[in-house]
Design a protein around this ligand. Structure first.
Ligand code: SF4
Length: 304
C-alpha cells in the first residue's frame, strides 16, 4: 500500500486504484459473501449520495468535529473548530494526515496497486461462501477505468467471482462485459432534463449502455433509487416502465427499487459540503406501486 497522500493533479497511474472503503457484506452488492471495494471519484453529484467522501476524484479531507482542534494543522487551517479548506488548496505535504497524534482530520482514500488487491482477494477466498467474491463499487468505478479493467482481468485469472456496481455513464463500459459475472447498474431517471438538473450530468450514455449490456449479459440488475420529489410519482412509475420496456434487451435482467434514506447526511458536513436534499420521504406502498408498473410490462423486479 502506498502512503496516504492525495495526488495533486498527476495523471492516474494505470496499475493503482484509489479506494475509500472496503469490507465484507452479504448479498447486498452481488451474490453471497463479498469483499466490497468502494472506489474514489464520481462524475455525478447526486444530492442524496450516502458516500459523499467518494465523490472527489483526488479524495477529500474529512473532519471529526469533536477532535478538530488547532493542533490538527501546523499551517493554521483549523480555527475555532472549523477547517478553512482554502488553506489546504495550497498545501504541499498534508502534514495533518501524516501525524499519528491527531484524530480531527483524515483523508478519504488510500492508494493500492492492482496486484495488492488481487492478493488480498485470493487470501479472502475462503470467505466467499454462497457464490460470493469481489464487488467493485463507488464512487463510480469507471472513473478509474483502465485500472478497474486490469483488476477484473486479474481477478478472473484467479477464478474469483466479480461483480460491479456502476452508474453506466462511461462510453467504454461495454469493454467490461466479458470481465464481469454480475453487473449492477444504477438508473436514476428516464427524463434527461431532470437528470441533468438534479445530478449535474447527462444520463444518455447510461441508457445507451443499458441496451448494450442487457442485450448480451446474463446477470444484470438495474437499481433505481426512489428519491422524494425527484422520481417517486405515479407519472415516474409509468416513465420508468416505458423506459425499461424499450431499453432492456435480454430476458434475464431484473430491476430493484431502493428507498431514499438520509444515512449520508452527516458525512456531507464532514466533507465541508452542505446537504441540499429537502426534507421528505418515500410514502409507504411506493415500491410496490413501481414494481406493479414494471411487472405489467413483463419486467421482473427483485428485492435484495
Ligand atoms: S491539508 Fe495542509 S493546510 Fe490542510 S489541514 Fe492538512 S496540513 Fe493543514
Amino acid at each position: 500500500m502506498e502512503e496516504i497522500i492525495p495526488e495533486t493533479g498527476a495523471e492516474e497511474k494505470k496499475q493503482t486504484l484509489k479506494i475509500f472503503q472496503k469490507g465484507f457484506n452479504y448479498s447486498q452488492d452481488g451474490a453471497g459473501n463479498r469483499l466490497v471495494y468502494h472506489l474514489q471519484g464520481c462524475n455525478m453529484k447526486c444530492p442524496w449520495c450516502s458516500n459523499p467522501e467518494g465523490m472527489d476524484r483526488k479524495g477529500v479531507l474529512l473532519t471529526e468535529r469533536e477532535w478538530l482542534t488547532e493542533e490538527c494543522c501546523p499551517r493554521g487551517a483549523v480555527q475555532n473548530g472549523r477547517l478553512d479548506r482554502t488553506v489546504c488548496e495550497g498545501c504541499s505535504d498534508y502534514a495533518c494526515i501524516r501525524s499519528k497524534r491527531q484524530k480531527g482530520l483524515r483523508f478519504s482514500c488510500q492508494t493500492f496497486r492492482v496486484e495488492e488487491i488481487v492478493e488480498e482477494a485470493v487470501r479472502a477466498r475462503p470467505m466467499f461462501f454462497d457464490g460470493g467474491g469481489v464487488t467493485l463499487t463507488g464512487g463510480e468505478i469507471s472513473m478509474q477505468f483502465d485500472a478497474v479493467k486490469e483488476l477484473l482481468q486479474e481477478l478472473g485469472r484467479a477464478g474469483i467471482h466479480r461483480a460491479i456496481e456502476c452508474n453506466g455513464s462511461h462510453p467504454r463500459m461495454p469493454e467490461l462485459i466479458s470481465l464481469v459475472d454480475e453487473w449492477i447498474m444504477d438508473v436514476k431517471h428516464y427524463d434527461e432534463e431532470i437528470h441533468k438538473q438534479w445530478i449535474g450530468a447527462s444520463g444518455r450514455q447510461t441508457l445507451e449502455n443499458l441496451e448494450k449490456v442487457t442485450a448480451v449479459h446474463p446477470h444484470v440488475l438495474i437499481r433505481v433509487p426512489l428519491i422524494p420529489g425527484f422520481n417517486d410519482s405515479p407519472r415516474d412509475a409509468a416513465g420508468f416502465a416505458a423506459l425499461f420496456e424499450e431499453k432492456i434487451r435480454g430476458p434475464h435482467t431484473k430491476v430493484e427499487f431502493l428507498v431514499y434514506h438520509e444515512f449520508g447526511k452527516a458525512k456531507w458536513e464532514q466533507c465541508g459540503e452542505e446537504y441540499r436534499m429537502p426534507p421528505g420521504r418515500i410514502a409507504p406502498g411506493t415500491v410496490e406501486y413501481f414494481e406493479r408498473a414494471l411487472q405489467e410490462k413483463g419486467i421482473s423486479c427483485i428485492r435484495t
